[in-house]
Design a protein around this ligand. Structure first.
Ligand code: CMC
Length: 393
């Protein structure tokens, strides 16, 4: 075989052509289908942004009604899937349950999960809205299951995020009624996570899709890829880090020094692509106070986060390496304030990223590209001869 270029961690390898999301990491620019993230954050909603990301254009009024109607109609989960849930031990991690359940969805809708591209694409509109809707129900069910609580059915009268909070927190005869600013903050968090070009999980979805696998199998693989602490798990890691700093009586200075010595990592800082302030972190950093005011809460973790940020942005270690806050730095603090348990943070990220995974699957399924098949640089043993068991030590 010919000469193989080695690019560790694909830092400088364009793995595909895509027209979904644009990032300029040096300048801190993020656009979905050409629209700046700041404008979408200000004026759009998660469901509208999902439509934009999946279909490429802002929906016209009729398209929006149809799309959100399909999302609303699809919120319920088959009783058979309730039984699968009940088989999981209570100690199961919600990300493990979510990935397994998303893949199982394909078994309940076999006509949408044929692994035949043309046929899967014929059902794409229904499959996409079904996934967007059911990922939220499955996420809520994984939380209720883990907490030993009965499932709460979705309501037809509620919007996307309100319905999710209802399924998480309502009790029999007592509906959970969130503050409008809380619903908006959650919607914004989802919108800001909706796509981010070829990150680890999205590349995984494309990789799986490139072999011809169906949409459900591909996004289920995306959830697994997202799970790790260097990717979607970072929002959890940020809050654990802040809690530890708080409990140790540190104001953040000791932690910053430990991070500089390589003994700790400042979670929520640094990004493979952004060498500038992550625009999503800026937007979330700005709405923190509003959420805390709506919840009537003071949070020492927010003070620590602000101090860490100030110290890091004025420290040559972080400045020289161009380490700035990323989206996870403030999202976890907001989720914690809303009452979302730590191990559900990455699940919320999965709900948010669903439109991006779906749109990237569609690009692959509609494209003419080859199966993704990277090469490697072999560094193992040279040829050697087999040794019979009797001749081994
Ligand atoms: N704290 C302290 N030092 C850091 C950090 C950090 N958070 N991030 C990078 N560095 C240092 C790293 O030690 C290295 O230093 P040196 O050159 O002296 O060896 C230098 O900065 C370059 O880092 P890298 O690990 O080569 O960068 P990467 O592009 O491979 O990793 C990253 C990117 C996001 C995995 C990394 O910055 C990190 O681990 N950050 C903390 C975890 C985190 O917040 N992840 C969420 C990413 S955004 C959401 C998402 O995509 O899921």
């Amino acid at each position: 075989s010919g000469y193989i270029t080695y690019d560790e961690g694909y830092g400088n390898t364009g793995s595909c052509e895509s027209s979904i999301t644009f990032i300029n990491g040096e300048k801190g620019i993020l656009r979905y289908r050409g629209y700046p993230i700041e404008q979408l954050a200000e004026s759009s909603t998660f469901i509208e942004a999902a439509y934009l990301i999946i279909y490429g254009e802002l929906p016209q009024r009729r398209q929006m009604t149809e799309f959100s109607g399909r999302v609303l109609r699809n919120a319920r989960i088959d009783v058979g899937m309730h039984r699968i849930f009940e088989g999981f031990p209570h100690s199961s991690h919600p990300m493990a349950m979510l990935s397994a359940m998303l893949n199982s969805l394909g078994c309940y809708y076999p006509e949408m999960a044929t692994n035949n591209r043309e046929r899967d694409l014929e059902c794409f509109d229904e499959a996409a809205s079904l996934l967007l809707s059911k990922v939220r129900t499955l996420a809520a069910m994984s939380y209720r299951m883990k907490s030993g609580l009965p499932f709460v059915y979705p309501k037809h009268s509620m919007g996307y995020c309100q319905n999710f909070l209802h399924m998480l927190f309502s009790e029999p005869y007592h509906d959970y009624v969130p503050h409008d600013d809380v619903v908006k903050a959650l919607d914004l968090i989802l919108l800001l996570h909706a796509d981010h070009e070829q990150n680890c999980s999205t590349s995984t979805v494309r990789m799986v899709a490139s072999g011809g696998a169906n949409l459900f199998a591909s996004v289920s693989a995306g959830v697994c890829a997202l799970w790790g602490p260097l990717h979607g798990g970072a929002n959890m890691a940020v809050v654990s880090m802040l809690q530890k700093i708080h409990e140790s009586g540190d104001d953040g200075s000791r932690f910053i020094e430990a991070a500089k010595r390589g003994e700790a990592r400042l979670m929520g800082f640094g990004h493979r692509v952004y060498k500038n302030y992550d625009p999503r972190a800026r937007i979330l950093g700005e709405i923190c106070e509003k959420v805390f005011a709506a919840l009537n809460k003071k949070n020492p973790l927010l003070d620590i986060a602000r101090r860490l940020e100030e110290k890091a942005l004025n420290d040559s270690y972080f400045v020289d390496r161009k380490l700035y806050p990323n989206v996870d730095f403030y999202s976890g603090i907001i989720l914690e304030a809303i009452g979302i348990p730590l191990d559900m943070f990455t699940v919320i990220f999965s709900i948010g990223r669903m439109p991006g995974w779906i749109a990237n699957w569609k690009e692959i399924a509609e494209g003419t590209g080859r199966i993704h098949r990277p090469r490697q640089i072999y560094i193992g043993k040279n040829k050697r001869d087999y040794i019979m068991m009797k001749d081994r030590a």
